[in-house]
Design a protein around this ligand. Sequence first.
Ligand SMILES: Cc1ncc(COP(=O)(O)O)c(C=O)c1O
Length: 393
Amino acid sequence: MPGFSTRAIRAASRIPEVPQPPLNVPIYASSTFEVADANELAELLEFARPGHSYSRYSNPTLEILGTALAELEDGEAGIVTASGMAAVHAAVLSVLRSGHELLIPRAVYGGMVGLASAVLDRVGIAVRAVDTTDRDAVAEAIGPHTRMLWLETISNPTTALADIADLAELAHARELVVAVDNTFASPALATPLAHGADLVVHSTTKYIGGHSDLVGGALVGKGQLVRAARAIMLNVGGNGSPWDAFLTLRGLKTLDLRMERHSSNALRVARALEVAPGVAAVHYPGLASHPQHELATRVLRNGRAGGMLALEVEGGRKHGERFLERVRLAVHATSLGGVETLVSHPASSSHRQLADDELASAGLSPGMLRVSIGLEDPEDLVEDLVAAARPEA
Ligand SMILES: Cc1ncc(COP(=O)(O)O)c(C=O)c1O
């Protein structure tokens, strides 16, 4: 009879046949999968047959999540990555090579700027920033080496919107690939592929996960482009984890409900802040005063404008920082999209490297705060945020 360890390993690895399907997708916590022969493994490693060989390449839990997101985003295929930035990296590197240029919005998530300086610069990919709310500026910025246009459905942190359909038409006429970061909107509010985008990326860390308890990313889109991105992802080890994918699947089930409440809470808070003492401006696509409010009603579904707003307090940088110290309910922390309201001050955090004039050209001001409105009771949020903005008596 085999020894205890041998028997224990065998006994603890028996995979059950489950006649009654569970309601939730199991966490396939296995780095590797048993194959019948060398040919099967070779074919799996080439994705030439369905199945899984090694979890850096694919894994059932990750596959279910990738397929679910592709379905909800109107995409042909989807992959799950270790973080939003791993998805951004795979999208960019699978389309661009040395000598190419990437066009990004002037008001863009700071991680994109970090990727440009820490990675793309080293591999000879140029990055040019343009005001993507200005069609003519985008048309003019496309040069002979530009191969990709990067957009954010709702920009981080200024809440400027991209007219995806219009810009995709322009970019496709010049043979560019159009990639959209849909993190702020989530597929419950917007589906950029339906507006003509080729690739969509998400930080699932944010709304899709929804509970500030995981870091993950995803990329969906046209099959061929997703397969090319997968080759980059698996060769640099940017794959997601089945544990985080489980939490993300759980979050996905309530995404629509949460986005409804994030949006109604944010609109209520934005309206209150707009007339509150000490507030210079509120940027929220759901407000009639937002310069792209009409576009928001076309790009974002069901009259919802999401949970992100930018707030400018009077008194510049000093009062921006003071606001963070004054909030009692909202939490001063980076990230967004969770059930709790988070506030951050881009001029002293994500955009701290920028001088005031550089902030202005990215559409930011020194007194701007980014607020990720959570799912708390709206009257409590209004009270907290209005009090934090109030000038000293
Ligand atoms: C719009 C946007 N895209 C991408 C990312 C990167 O996501 P992650 O932190 O999951 O890599 C973030 C993170 O804040 C984000 O806000």
